[in-house]
Write a protein that binds this ligand. Structure first.
Ligand code: SF4
Ligand code: ZN
Ligand code: ZN
Length: 314
């Protein structure tokens, strides 16, 4: 089987949504180019500094690898958080991540929930369980991760925070927000970066048009050693996302290219959706941690969770 692009090398990948057979080099270049196109649409090539949120998983390695191919690595800072999950966060993985980023010329800032919040995720979950709280580990994890990433972005005066969300993640979230009727959250999505408020760094997702299988294949073909072990709290992930994921997988199998069509359609209407909303550029601050919060709240959701778990005084 010969590659449909270079017509020279042997094809190793069948790209279902384009119907092409690609060799290793042409496949990697196809993904890299698509990431570059999307990143340029999001103005990343004009930024002075970008914070890359890197977990050490395949998507974050693909993100760092692809961005550093057209953005000077001195403009990129990688940020990693150790959540403090026993058996999941491992020192050797951070070392590998550090070495890998060093080869690309990207500085890594590594921190942890324990250092920044005072508790590991395991400690938060244990305290919440003892108080009989029905709050999943993922709620603590996602909330504090978002907070720390935003704080790091502000502290390092970056123009953007880039995350490794891929096409599958992105379309799942769009559909979930539609199902919930959460238009305020929905308008954050789209191919034009949106600054939600002055207290939040603008978030961008350069891999938002790359299928998950493609990021996996890119990482595999490049020989990345990425974190593959599963988080022990995985079963606590929201079930709606798992159902939407399954449904989208089915649709994509029956009609390859469906996910790309959904996101492209969404992009074409996202500006109109945004035009109907006025964002509150100045949000009130949490009286405990200073994080931007909503008008209905004096205390942010993260601090409220710690109080309810008995980890912060009332
Ligand atoms: Fe965090 Fe939940 Fe993901 Fe585990 S599965 S890393 S707890 S969001
Ligand atoms: Zn080729
Ligand atoms: Zn707070």
């Amino acid at each position: 089987m010969i590659c449909d692009v270079c017509k020279v090398r042997e094809a190793v990948v069948y790209q279902q949504h384009t119907g092409r057979k690609l060799c290793k080099g042409c496949f990697i270049e196809d993904i890299r180019k698509r990431i570059e196109t999307e990143a340029k649409k999001q103005n990343l090539d004009k930024a002075n500094k970008i914070l890359l949120a890197v977990s050490g998983g395949k998507d974050s390695l693909v993100l760092a690898d692809a961005l550093s191919s057209f953005i000077n690595p001195s403009k990129l800072i990688a940020f990693n958080i150790n959540e403090g999950i026993r058996g999941y966060n491992r020192d050797d993985q951070i070392r590998k991540l550090y070495e890998y980023l060093k080869d690309l010329g990207i500085e890594l800032i590594a921190t942890s929930f324990k250092h920044e919040v005072g508790f590991t995720l395991d400690e938060m979950v244990k305290a919440a369980t003892e108080k009989g709280l029905k709050v999943s580990a993922c709620t603590f994890c996602g909330g504090f991760r978002r907070k720390l990433i935003n704080e790091a972005g502000i502290k390092n005066r970056v123009d953007y925070v880039a995350t490794g969300h891929n096409l599958d993640d992105e379309v799942q979230t769009i559909i979930i927000n539609l199902i919930r009727g959460d238009l305020l959250r929905l308008i954050r999505f789209g191919d034009k970066p949106l600054r939600v408020s002055s207290g939040f760094v603008t978030r961008v997702k350069p891999l938002r048009k790359i299928y998950e299988w493609e990021t996996t294949m890119y990482a595999y073909l490049k020989g990345f050693e990425f974190q593959e072990n599963e988080c022990p709290y995985i079963s606590q992930r929201p079930t709606l996302r798992a159902k939407v994921r399954e449904l989208l997988y089915d649709l994509e199998q029956k009609s390859p290219g469906t996910l790309l069509k959904i996101i492209e359609q969404f992009d074409s209407i996202s500006e109109k959706l945004r035009a109907n909303y006025t964002l509150n550029k100045e949000l009130p601050r949490c009286v405990i941690c200073g994080e931007p919060t909503t008008y209905e709240r004096k205390i942010c959701k993260n601090c409220e969770l710690l109080i309810r778990a008995g980890l912060l005084p009332q």
